[in-house]
Ligand binder design. Structure first.
Ligand code: NAD
Length: 476
């Protein structure tokens, strides 16, 4: 199997013919090759998007026509849903049911933003001076989008969909770990009849493919999802040519379970929030705080639920939990788990697999000091660090004591407390008595090291357009 670049409607190898291995982390085998993009490939992809924007039909289509074209792409994705899900499961090892869910959400990303731009209204500003003003939201130009490997298709479409819906053209660079599904999406865009150059796919590593892409002066917007470290490089590169950036970065989500929580519900979401996708979720509930009054009961149920997850082949329908996405990532997660004992913590359940797989079992840790690496840093794996607390004041301070601020969860049956604590948590999203539920109209993004800017609904409109004020004299 080969995954090339999709440039100007054609799948092409790299200019110099370079390729890299694409892995199946469950079988630990190379199952494909992908084109290794270099500066020249990045330049070609940007040139294709530039021409499609400057001279092509896409930015000039009517809103309904553009929405129809995007819905056609969504239809074609639905026809190829099995292939897309199979590629994500093969390429990063998530259970097939979860990949199917990601494909459905990816389709929804396109449908939502197609309709959102079709139906949007600008603003009118009546003025006392005999004028009125109104706003227009025109496309920004060429969008460079860089995505990570944990939700390969979903994260890419979260960027591509609003970008093209608002009339931009784009170049997406998927992670070098997961080029498969995004390359297929590029092929499907051609099949769906999108004009050439509207969606270009550039494969390759962060450097040089990604860095060349975001440094290109012909790029008008940079949208990036990945680690906080890389986000800093991306922002600096974009700043050199003054391209606005949207950065969705790492997290270390606090999950707070108060004494009055519905325990069944809280245990269910505690498991989902840290073990789904093997914990490779920016929004993971990786720091769990449990009220002293229910600590013992909650923990025995949480540990039992973690141990009940069926671990295995991601293509087996019974599997709920599987491998980490790569050897490199496995080594990283395993090193955090190995450091727990020396740092004074206790592994209540889980630990590193001893069968040679790139797998860390659902792991629950207690007793870590607040400055331990596994407590403070984003592990991005199925590792939950747990603390108990006695008061609301104490737990809010603990939850906010982090450089990250992507999300938090709280579980309580006390409505006043839910409101009070939600508004005091320093996070881009707070879930009360639930997790992972999204309305695509709401702002999504993070505080501090978790990101810059927000996307979703009108927040995506602000980022992917050049809002314009038109001031008109209406009385002489
Ligand atoms: P990463 O930062 O290593 O890579 C992300 C992407 O950036 C990849 O496509 C990579 O090739 C590219 N890249 C690397 N160096 C680059 C450079 N100098 N210039 C341009 N592009 C470059 O992150 P990852 O390991 O792929 O993903 C995991 C991280 O992503 C975690 O920190 C996770 O929390 C975060 N994440 C955040 C969100 C969110 O919405 N906030 C969602 C998913 C993942």
């Amino acid at each position: 199997m080969f995954f090339g670049h999709l440039i100007d409607g054609e799948e092409v190898p790299s200019v110099d013919g370079a390729t890299f291995d694409v892995w199946n982390p469950w079988t630990q085998e190379v199952f494909a090759q992908a084109a290794e993009g270099g500066p020249e490939d990045a330049a070609r992809a940007v040139a294709s998007a530039r021409t499609a924007f400057d001279d092509g039909p896409w930015p000039r289509l009517g809103r309904a026509e553009r929405a129809d074209a995007i819905h056609r792409l969504a239809d074609v994705m639905e026809q190829h849903a099995d292939e897309l899900a199979t590629l994500d499961t093969t390429n990063m090892g998530k259970p097939l049911a979860q990949s199917r869910h990601d494909v459905a959400r990816s389709v929804w990303n396109f449908r939502f933003f197609a309709d959102h731009q079709r139906d949007h209204c600008g603003e009118v500003y009546p003025m006392d001076s005999g004028h009125h003003s109104f706003s227009e939201y025109g496309p920004a130009g060429v969008v460079a989008a860089i995505s990570p490997w944990n939700f390969p298709l979903m994260m890419a479409t979260w960027k591509i969909a609003p970008a093209i819906a608002w009339g931009n053209t784009c170049v997406i660079k998927p992670s070098e770990d997961t080029p498969a599904s995004v390359t297929l999406l590029g092929r499907l865009a051609v099949e769906a009849g999108l004009p050439n150059g509207v969606i270009n796919v550039l494969n390759g590593h962060g450097t040089p493919a990604g860095s060349s892409l975001v440094s290109d002066e012909r790029v008008d917007r940079v949208t990036f999802t990945g680690s906080s470290v890389t986000g800093r490089h991306v922002m600096a590169a974009a700043a050199a040519h003054l391209a606005p950036v949207s950065l969705e970065l790492g997290g270390k989500g606090a999950n707070i379970v108060f004494d009055d929580a519905d325990i069944d519900n809280a245990v269910h979401w505690a498991v989902e929030s840290i073990f789904r996708n093997s914990g490779q979720v920016c929004l993971a509930g990786s720091r769990l705080f449990v009220g002293s009054g229910i600590y013992d009961e909650f923990m025995s149920r949480f540990v039992a639920a973690a141990e009940a997850l069926t671990i295995g082949d991601p293509f087996d329908p019974d599997t709920k939990f599987s491998t980490l996405a790569s050897k490199r990532h496995f080594d990283k997660v395993a090193s955090y788990v190995d450091g727990v004992g020396p740092d004074g913590g206790t592994v209540l359940t889980g630990g590193v697999d001893d069968q040679g797989r790139w797998l860390v079992k659902p792991t629950i840790i207690t007793g870590l000091p607040l400055n331990a690496a596994a407590y403070c840093e984003e592990i991005f794996g199925p590792v939950c660090v747990v603390n108990r607390f006695d008061s609301e004041e104490e737990v809010v301070a603990l939850a906010n004591d982090t450089r990250y601020g992507l999300n938090a969860m709280l579980f309580t049956e006390n409505l006043s407390r839910a409101h009070r604590v939600a508004s005091r948590l320093r996070a881009g999203t707070v879930w009360v008595n639930c997790f992972f539920i999204r309305d695509l109209r709401t702002p999504f993004g993070g505080v501090g090291d978790s990101g810059v800017g927000r996307e979703g609904g009108n927040f995506s409109r602000e980022f992917f357009t050049e809002p314009k004020a038109v001031v008109m004299q209406i009385q002489r």
